[in-house]
Design a protein around this ligand. Structure first.
Ligand code: SF4
Length: 444
């Protein structure tokens, strides 16, 4: 159990100096007890107190990293059960399996299919970031060869899965340098698996079929010197797995129960639709790594979008930079329009302008990441905000005409905007889907 807020408070300087950003030491202590801040934010805490508080300051869920270079991934270190309480920190790693029964061209084709799972959504690349090599063949040699082939064909983080410690050791002879996540340790083989993990400095998957058995096993593996553990309850039916993972998360975060204070991995199999449904549920509650058997783009795009949405900070709208964006190759006679810096708004407008094939300048106005109507009703979008953005971005040196297209939803501001800027205001359509028709037929 961690320390309570009052116990932490007794160890703080009690000067209420506010350097940590909190109004009082007590407020800081309460935040620290709930794992919502870190001890290093108080510069005046004594070394003695720092050591005593180390346990309280440690995250309730360990951060585990695997993979190497640009393909390395971080999972865990979550601090809340619900996203709205703060935010989730390290996005779920989505992986796809490769069977070691594949070889030659079929193995290459499978790896290429996984590499292609890279999509652009609202200006961000979302992609599968792990490949799990499965020892389906039962052969250590085939497993090592498949692991080696995957390592040499992709920079994605590697996961190696076998029930045999010998097969894992053979695969690690060729792949330990990229620090794969390895598994799977069970009650039957955990000593041999822990030994392989320790000698290769790799994180280890520990699997059991109940929360109680999982905590006992993780404690035993920990006692063998393994610090980087990833938990698995894959033997359970989906419904039970869902409830059990919720229990694991609650025990780790609310009770600071150390044997369960690790990230979780889930493998899903079955029909493609079943995999997608299970994976989406497990991304929401509470798998830090989800591995699918399918590499179908239509299955992965939706899941990666789920991850992207859940791991955005709910207190910070997703924004694009406020500046002028060219769509196509607009010149000084091309139309100029403005929209807000809420990502979804901007990228919707951008893709509709692109569809028009009319090269256009889009001025993005900073409305603190809110959409057009929300910004207008909150007075974050008015004639002054727009005219300031126009001046700051020197739009009069970008276009020679003096016409500005504004979103149809804020037609009401056109008069004041004309007065503030001296430009002719053209009222665009309310829905951006109508922009192609507008740009082709109305703009001139
Ligand atoms: Fe107290 Fe330290 Fe925060 Fe100052 S910085 S208010 S001493 S906890």
């Amino acid at each position: 159990m961690g320390l309570t807020g009052l116990e932490i408070f007794k160890l703080l300087p009690k000067t209420n100096c506010k350097k940590c950003g909190m109004p009082t030491c007590l407020a800081f202590a309460m935040q620290l007890a709930q794992k919502r801040t870190s001890l290093d934010k108080c510069p005046d805490v004594s070394e003695e107190a720092r050591q005593l508080l180390a346990a309280a300051a440690a995250p309730p869920m360990r951060l585990v990293e695997f993979g190497s270079g640009g393909g390395s991934v971080r999972v865990g270190q979550e601090t809340v059960l619900f996203r709205h309480e703060e935010k989730f920190h390290n996005p779920t790693v989505v992986g796809v399996t490769v069977s070691d029964k594949l070889s030659g061209d079929s193995l290459k084709a499978r790896i290429a299919a996984i590499e292609a799972l890279d999509f652009e959504r609202v200006g961000t690349h979302i992609k599968v970031n792990a490949v799990a090599v499965m020892n389906d063949s039962g052969s250590a040699q085939a497993f090592a060869a498949a692991g080696d082939a995957v390592k040499n064909s992709t920079s994605k983080a590697l996961i190696l899965c076998s029930d045999s410690a010998d097969a894992l050791a053979a695969a690690l002879d060729k792949t330990a340098d990229v620090r794969p996540l390895i598994g799977t340790a069970s009650a039957e083989n955990f000593e041999a698996m822990a030994s392989v993990a320790k000698s290769n400095k790799c994180p280890l998957i520990v699997k059991a079929e109940s929360v109680e058995a999982l905590s006992e096993l993780s404690e035993k593996v920990q006692e063998l010197g393994i610090e980087d553990i990833v938990l698995s309850l894959d033997g359970l039916a989906m419904r039970e797995r869902f409830y059990s993972l919720t229990k694991v998360r609650a025990l780790a975060l609310k009770k600071v129960f150390k044997p369960l204070g690790y990230p979780v991995v889930s493998f899903v199999c079955g029909e493609e639709a079943e995999q997608v449904g299970c994976a989406a549920t497990l991304i929401c509650k509470y798998s830090n790594i989800v591995v699918l058997a399918t590499a179908a783009p239509e299955a992965l795009l939706g899941l990666l979008t789920v991850v992207m949405n859940i791991y955005t900070d709910p207190q910070k709208p997703v924004q694009v930079e406020s500046k002028v964006y060219p769509v196509g190759e607009p010149d000084e006679s091309a139309p100029l329009m403005f929209t807000t810096n809420f990502s979804l708004t901007y990228y919707t407008v951008e893709s509709d302008v692109e569809a028009s094939r009319v090269a256009t300048h889009i001025l993005v106005v900073d409305t603190e990441g809110t959409s057009v109507l929300t910004a207008y009703s909150g007075d974050k979008l008015n004639e002054k905000v727009v005219s300031d953005a126009m001046a700051k971005n020197n739009v009069d040196s970008i276009v020679k005409h003096r016409k500005l297209i504004i979103p149809g939803y804020v037609a009401v501001m056109s008069g004041k905007l004309e007065e503030a800027t001296g430009w002719e205001v053209m009222v665009g359509p309310r829905e951006s889907a109508m922009l192609p028709k507008y740009l082709r037929e109305v703009w001139q």
